[in-house]
Design a protein around this ligand. Structure first.
Ligand SMILES: [Zn+2]
Length: 293
């Protein structure tokens, strides 16, 4: 193996593509200046050394030789450095994998802080009028709601309609033909007089909250006009029902959300338009908790 070949081999062994390319460039330069056979090999080395680093340029032959000697242990230490950086890389990969695992665990744990109580065992209080709608694929698919993470507040977006009207609308969806069928429902509808009708058992899913139907309880509220503002009676019943649901299911007040918080939809309009009213509602629920009897 020639000197040049030796150097190429040694440097190539360092393994990094960038360095390999660099070495190849150097070899080309070196080849063009390679001395005739029999020339002093030290001279070749000094040239090679000069090619390898700009710091070597302009140095004397002796200085170049010294730098070769100096470079030798440096090279081996660089190799050690490479080894430890590989370990660091592995450590980094392991850390990332571990962090991803822990992060996923935290995420799942966070998602599971909803109700752990058996929803089927919760009995509706006497102030809730249970008028369950028929089981059907459009509004009551009879799919188990295994867990509740959020309570979602809606407005019916149909001024002056009553709780009964909305309950019957959900029920009539059962009679649709397949073409252009509508899916809609809610667990509870609160009327203009504060009456509360339960349409779907809380251990079944309703079709109200888009991608969150599978882990939330939906409350629809009636309203007298387009502003979506609730009557005093509707509001009072919403506070009471929400407080009861939080207490019974163990869901945190913080997990009472608006339809708006899921999809950005203007629902319930009054609470979307007034953050103050929404905050006040949460406070009123808090004040009512444990006192909904
Ligand atoms: Zn809604």
């Amino acid at each position: 193996m020639s000197n040049i070949g030796q150097i190429y081999y040694t440097m190539g062994e360092e393994g990094r593509g960038r360095q390999r390319r660099k070495t190849r460039e150097n070899i080309e330069v070196i080849s063009s200046v390679a001395p005739r056979a029999g020339a002093n090999p030290d001279r070749r080395i000094s040239r090679i050394q000069m090619q390898r680093g700009s710091s070597g340029r302009g140095r004397s032959k002796n200085a170049a030789m010294q730098s070769i000697v100096a470079a030798m242990p440096e090279k081996s230490s660089r190799k050690r450095g490479m080894g430890s950086s590989r370990w660091l890389l592995w450590l980094l990969v392991l850390t990332v994998v571990f962090a991803a695992g822990v992060g996923t665990g935290w995420y799942i744990w966070g998602r599971n802080t909803g109700s752990t109580i058996s929803l089927a065992s919760i009995q509706a209080p006497e102030w809730v009028d249970q008028k369950l709608i028929r089981k059907n694929i459009y509004s009551r698919p009879a799919v188990s709601l295994r867990q509740v993470n959020d309570i979602v507040v809606h407005y019916v977006a149909n001024p002056e309609s009553t709780a009964e009207d909305n309950r019957n609308y959900f029920d009539r969806l059962a009679d649709q033909s397949e073409d252009g069928a509508i899916s809609a429902s809610a667990h509870f509808v609160i009327g203009l007089e504060g009456e509360i009708i339960q349409c779907i058992p809380i251990n079944e899913i309703a079709y109200a909250s888009n991608n969150r139907n599978g882990d939330s309880i939906a409350i629809e509220c009636c309203h007298p006009d387009e502003t979506g503002e609730f009557t005093q009676a509707t509001y009072a019943s919403l506070v009471k029902l929400t407080a009861w649901l939080c207490d019974e299911t163990g869901i945190s007040r913080k997990r009472v959300i608006r339809h708006y918080d899921i999809t950005g939809k203007d629902c319930p309009r009054y609470f979307v338009g007034s953050e103050e009213a929404w905050k006040q509602f949460k406070k009123d629920v808090q004040a009512y908790q444990g006192d909904w009897e």
